[in-house]
Write a protein that binds this ligand. Structure first.
Ligand SMILES: [Zn+2]
Length: 510
């Protein structure tokens, strides 16, 4: 068969990689040439003819697996610098480290350094898109500008939302109000809370959406969690989401405590936050609910009927003692499932290989009866489903003509791939990121030969080191404070776990 002509306007040809195409055999993907024109995939062929004109870049991908870039659909850049700072702690205690109100305002330099470092880690792990649900504290335009500038420089695609709430965290955690002495209540709230709230939604509408379109930035809305948002705030969020067709990201039922609180405090909605969202008209295909660990069966049905999706974060859910999401029940119901790596302080690694492997393993234990093949399901969750949840299902998450050229190339000259029995199974169960060699975002090679090509990596590490003394000092002070609160935290947590046993069959039927 003679080679096809290169499509017009082609700027790069990726030659001979084994590509995970939507309809190809993912166990034995075919070797193909991929033509890129600007920031889009222009064509795919068994082989394209040699370029007649010189300015077309040729990337030799023989011996490489070519994937749609991963979509890390749940991530927060605000605590990138806390990576590895904590052992496993229950989620309710962890929040005091992650979003404490007593952190002094962060500098622009720190905001920039952490944003760059997170982007670097994600890109080097083959992630081409992140959903950054950012608590920006304090919120000032110069901080937001620093974030946007860092993302533009590092070259990753971002679905960006600010995290907001209008109810105090203390009101939403079982037993804290009763267990903690009143004089400590002020220490138990988070930065995304009312007294520190600005008109973020007004800002979203007037500044973000009306700003000039930024390359690789897509806007989203980030109500922190339904229990931390009033019905009015949820209504305003959904109204904006529908008016501008932007996705909404929120958290739900990450820990037992969150489900317990709903069961205890929402009798008018059958003890269910999902039923509350349904009553408020918020269940919608634009909605993505991170975690979804403690969903009941009727809640899963409501998600499936409405088209609302979930984003699972197995690493953080295990480390924060939260539990295992009902993966098989979600799959059986046909709920859209994306995958994320969550905060660096609770998941530590921005690594979708780990997330995919845990997804398949936890799917296995979420139902004792054998079910559908999980390796391909994990890869779909890490690519296509994340794209659909972001309202970008026609633009990213697949290798197909007309899609954005967001691609990850994995070097297969590695024991991971020998012998090659199944590309997709070895990708999910064996590869851990060692093989990520080139990463292309929006048509640009942003990682080449395992090195970031947009900024010198050393410069990023230097910027991080420069802000670490201040961050470490403040983190140590926070840790001391949490240590003082520990006796009451332990009492509240034990009481919550004990109560959970009484409620177990009601709110966790798996
Ligand atoms: Zn989160």
């Amino acid at each position: 068969m003679s080679p096809q002509l290169i499509p017009p306007a082609t700027t790069m040809v990726i030659r001979g990689g084994r590509a995970i195409l939507p309809d190809s055999d993912w166990h034995a993907p075919p070797a193909v040439d991929i033509a890129i024109a600007g920031n889009e995939i222009a064509g795919i062929a068994t082989s394209f003819a040699e370029a007649a004109a010189a300015p077309i870049e040729e990337l030799d991908a023989r011996g490489h697996l070519v994937l749609p870039g991963f979509i890390n659909a749940h991530y927060h850049s605000h605590d990138v610098l806390a990576k590895g700072a904590l052992e496993e702690v229950p989620l309710e205690s962890w929040r005091l480290y992650a979003l404490p109100p007593q952190y002094p305002p962060r500098s622009v330099e720190e905001v920039r350094a952490r944003t760059l470092l997170g982007g670097l880690e994600c890109l080097r792990s083959g992630i081409t898109t992140i959903q950054d649900m950012l608590t920006l504290y304090p919120f000032e335009d110069r901080h937001l500008d620093a974030v946007m500038q860092a993302y533009a420089q590092v070259g990753i695609r971002v679905i960006f939302s600010l995290q907001y709430a209008d109810r105090r965290g203390l009101e939403t955690i079982p037993y804290w109000k009763e267990v903690f002495p009143k004089e400590l209540h002020g220490e138990l709230s988070g930065a995304a809370e009312p007294e520190r709230r600005l008109d973020l939604l007004g800002h979203f509408e007037t500044v973000c959406l009306k700003a000039q379109a930024r390359s690789r930035v897509h806007w989203a809305l980030g109500p922190s969690a339904p229990e931390r948002c009033s019905p009015a705030l949820i209504a305003r969020t959904m109204e904006l989401s529908r008016r501008y067709d932007v996705p909404v990201y929120s958290h739900i039922y990450e820990s037992r405590g969150m489900a317990l609180q709903a069961r205890l405090t929402l009798p008018e909605h059958g003890g269910s936050l999902i039923k509350r969202l349904a009553a408020e008209g918020a269940l919608d295909p634009r909605l993505n609910l991170a975690h979804s660990v403690w969903l009941a069966r009727d809640e899963i049905e409501l998600l499936a009927q409405s088209g609302a999706g979930v984003v699972l974060n197995p690493q953080g859910n295990l480390k924060m003692k939260c539990g295992i999401a009902p993966i098989r029940a979600l799959q059986d119901a046909g709920v859209r499932i994306g995958l994320g790596c969550d905060n660096c302080s609770c998941s530590d690694a921005q690594n979708m290989f780990m997330a995919m492997k845990l997804f398949t393993l936890l799917a296995a234990v979420s139902d004792p009866i054998p079910g559908p093949p999980q390796a391909a399901a994990a890869l779909r969750a890490a690519t296509e489903a994340g794209a659909q949840g972001a309202r970008l299902g026609g633009a990213i998450g697949r290798i197909a003509p007309g899609y954005k050229a967001d691609l990850t190339l994995i070097d297969m000259s590695d024991p991971t791939w020998s012998p090659l029995n199944s590309a997709v199974r070895q990708l999910v169960h064996v590869e851990a990121g060692r093989g990520v060699r080139h990463v292309i975002v929006d048509g640009a090679v942003v990682v080449r030969d395992r090195r970031l090509s947009t900024i010198r990596e050393d410069e990023i590490y230097d910027e991080v080191e420069a802000v670490m003394p201040g961050f470490r000092r403040d983190f140590a002070a926070i840790s001391e404070r949490v240590k003082r609160l520990q006796p009451w935290l332990d009492v509240a947590h034990k009481r919550m776990v004990a109560t959970e046993l009484e409620f177990d069959r009601i709110y966790h039927p798996f």
